[in-house]
Design a protein. Structure first.
Length: 720
């Protein structure tokens, strides 16, 4: 009996020892919790220039984890996805600026509130007229649509006598305040504070209105120990002062008693050897070719100088506005700068820098026109504008008010031409563009003060290259601080161009003398594209043409499918897909010249295939039958009997297709190829002599195509 008790006691002792050892080991190893968070809710969670997630929520969580000795596996999922991840137990908790509400308490257990949000009023920095709500009488106050701020303003509008303006996002609020469209704005105070920290010229006014409190959340009834650790760590951070340190790092009030930030430029570390910057090719004075064939302009000079200041390398691609947009979206360019207006719609796809140019739109009339001095004088007149521009929107909005009609044109030089021949009585365009036109001796006058317009920004794809935006912003701030920014702007807006033209391009001889090298370069590009693509198209087209005339049904079906697909896709759509869309499938970029060759080859080969099929079918079928009856094989019959006759029939169609391919090269300017027509557009953007330039280009095409046609006729006679 004693032996049994001894064994039992020994086993209990061993079990206790094992329990203690394992328990101690488990405590020694820090537990890791998976925490979900939002992706883009500055200043609570967002990516810094190194691609790391930072913000009030992230810094607090990391500090609490360090204090409470647990590890965090952060999962930036987005707010809605984080909620679902907690509910499905894929993560242990979430922190994402999440308001504690009665509805959410049904599904979540919350920590003690770690941040008390609220609404606050902000005015333009230096504004001393507005100190409280009573000062808003007769003023305009703005807020974001559908927010607590908007509700608050609606509720108190009658009490304080202000008018309300609503915007979709914070950018609209800041711009409206900056250009005087509104006198004050309301938003969540941490959002305003973060904007001030990042350079927005705002200052907070009055006391913060009580808002919702943010809490750390876990699934209802689960991870109780995680909540306890969070609450204990939060209490410790507040008592030590670390909490206030973290919050103040991201939120500023904009008041004068705050410590001034250093005026020295912050040096950002580039993450790439070379950044590809896409731009327009014909938007003077922002980007255009000077008389030496070099690209210059406000945008070009700014980026080059900022790259020097921030020590990063750039490669410019001047491919046109639309192509630049698509190049950034498809990842073929890292960023773009092309006089691009910052809009709510574009901010869904792009991240923008601090605005680098405040544009505006203005009415211009023919020099000497004294009948138009105000908008009222436009009654019964015809006003021109470019399609899809701010000018077009402005004219459309005020059409009924002032009684004019609108004529839409594609380009600035088309506006000038229409004004010159009296097709329109006035035109409206961006004021720097009109100023440049006047500097280039366009007979224009601007009798009506300009309208404030949008702001231009440097853009990257949403969520990509944040360090590039930061480098641009730092460099831009430095240029403004030193006065170099004003020098760059003044050089182009005042003088119209950075260099004097060597020759007067207002005459045909002068225009040709100053641009003949560029015109020949564009012509050579057109010839290269046509020759290479047509040779390849002949090879591919003949193969599929033979397939289509083959006795094999499989080969005929393959040929039919190929021809139907290629001929069913418009050439420009095909070019866009190959250059912008295909890299997303292949995983690497296609050079623009190669993309142009592939596009023309595919397009022409489909038509050549049909030419070959038609030529073979035009040979009397009896010749095939007679040849086969004499014992010749199908291949031998095609080689010796059918094809020699078919080729004679095909030659005129081949020549015609070659001419069509040559003309089709003009479409490739849409993806940034500088062929002959695009060369002409670039020249016109600088000298604005559209009539002469396009006349010379038309003559060059006429001479080339006529020569090719004559050559083809000689060849046709020799073959026959």
């Amino acid at each position: 009996m004693k032996r049994k008790h001894f064994l039992l006691s020994f086993m209990v002792m061993i079990a206790s020892l094992l329990t203690f050892t394992l328990g101690h080991s488990a405590q020694a190893e820090e537990k890791t919790y998976t925490i979900g968070t939002d992706l883009t809710f500055a200043p609570f969670e967002f990516q810094d220039s190194k691609g790391e997630y930072v913000g009030i929520d992230i810094d607090l969580l990391n500090a609490i984890a360090e204090d409470q000795e647990f590890k965090v596996d952060l999962k930036p999922l987005g707010f809605d996805s984080a909620i679902q991840a907690v509910q499905s137990s894929q993560v242990d908790g979430m922190i994402a600026g999440m308001s504690i509400t009665d509805e959410r308490k049904k599904s979540f257990d919350f920590s003690e509130p770690y941040f008390d949000s609220g609404l606050q009023m902000a005015v333009k920095k230096g504004n001393t007229d507005i100190k409280n709500y009573e000062d808003l009488k007769g003023k305009t106050v703005a807020a974001k649509v559908g927010t607590e701020s908007a509700t608050f303003l609606e509720k108190n509008q009658e009490k304080y006598g202000y008018t309300i303006k609503n915007f979709d996002d914070a950018t609209g609020l800041y711009q409206a305040l900056d250009n005087g469209e509104t006198d004050a704005i309301f938003d969540d105070y941490p959002v305003l504070g973060y904007a001030i920290t990042n350079g927005q010229k705002l200052q907070l006014v009055g006391e913060k209105e009580t808002g919702s409190s943010y809490g750390f959340a876990v699934k209802k009834g689960q991870n109780k120990e995680l909540l306890e650790k969070f609450n204990a760590g939060l209490k410790e951070l507040k008592s030590s002062g670390k909490y206030d340190e973290i919050v103040s790092k991201y939120i500023s009030t904009g008041t004068e008693d705050e410590q001034e930030t250093s005026s020295d430029m912050k040096q950002i570390q580039p993450l790439k050897d070379t950044y590809v910057i896409a731009s327009d090719s014909t938007f003077a004075p922002f980007e255009f070719q000077n008389s030496d064939g070099e690209y210059v302009g406000i945008d070009v000079d700014l980026v080059k100088r900022i790259a020097e200041l921030q020590n990063f390398n750039i490669e410019f691609k001047f491919i046109g506005f639309s192509s630049a947009v698509q190049a950034v979206e498809s990842g073929q360019a890292d960023a773009m700068i092309a006089g691009m207006t910052i809009t709510d719609e574009r901010e869904k796809s792009f991240d923008f820098s601090t605005p680098y140019f405040n544009s505006g739109i203005q009415i211009a009339v023919k020099k000497g026109n004294d009948s138009i001095k105000s908008y009222e004088d436009l009654d019964g007149k015809k006003v021109g504008a470019k399609i899809g521009t701010e000018s077009a929107d402005f004219l459309e909005a005020n059409k009924a008010k002032y009684g004019y009609s609108i004529k839409y044109l594609d380009t600035t030089d088309a506006l000038y031409s229409a004004l010159e021949i009296g097709e329109i009585d006035a035109m409206m365009d961006d004021y720097p563009v009109i100023g440049y036109g006047i500097a280039q001796n366009q007979p224009l006058e601007t009798p009506i003060p300009r309208e404030e317009g949008g702001k231009y920004g440097f853009a990257v794809k949403k969520g990509k290259n944040p360090e590039l935006i930061e480098m641009f912003n730092e460099g831009l701030a430095e240029l403004k601080r030193t006065g170099e920014y004003d020098e760059i702007i003044g050089k182009y807006i005042k003088d119209g161009s950075s260099t004097e033209n060597k020759v007067d391009e207002s005459t045909l001889l002068g225009m040709i003398q100053n641009n003949w090298k560029r015109l020949l370069s564009g012509l050579w590009m057109t010839i290269q594209l046509t020759l290479i693509s047509f040779i390849l198209a002949l090879i591919v087209g003949v193969i599929f043409g033979l397939f289509s005339a083959s006795p094999s049904k499989t080969l005929r079906v393959i040929s039919t499918i190929y021809v139907d697909i290629i001929r069913g896709i418009p050439l420009m759509v095909l070019a866009f897909f190959i250059y912008f869309g295909l890299p997303g499938v292949l995983g690497f970029n296609i050079p623009v010249f190669l993309a142009g060759i592939i596009t023309l080859t595919l397009n022409a080969s489909a038509y050549i295939s049909e030419i070959v099929r038609g030529g073979i079918n035009a040979v009397p079928v009896g010749q095939m039958e007679a040849s086969r009856s004499l014992g010749l094989s199908y291949n031998r019959t095609m080689q010796k009997i059918i094809l020699p006759q078919a080729i004679k029939i095909m030659i005129p169609s081949f020549v015609n297709q070659f001419v069509i391919s040559l003309k089709d090269t003009t479409i490739l300017s849409a993806i940034g190829l500088i062929e002959l027509l695009q060369t002409g557009k670039i020249i016109v953007a600088r000298n604005l002599q559209s009539t002469m330039v396009y006349f010379v280009i038309a003559m060059m095409y006429l001479i080339l195509i006529t020569a090719l046609t004559k050559l083809a006729k000689v060849l046709e006679k020799r073959v026959k």
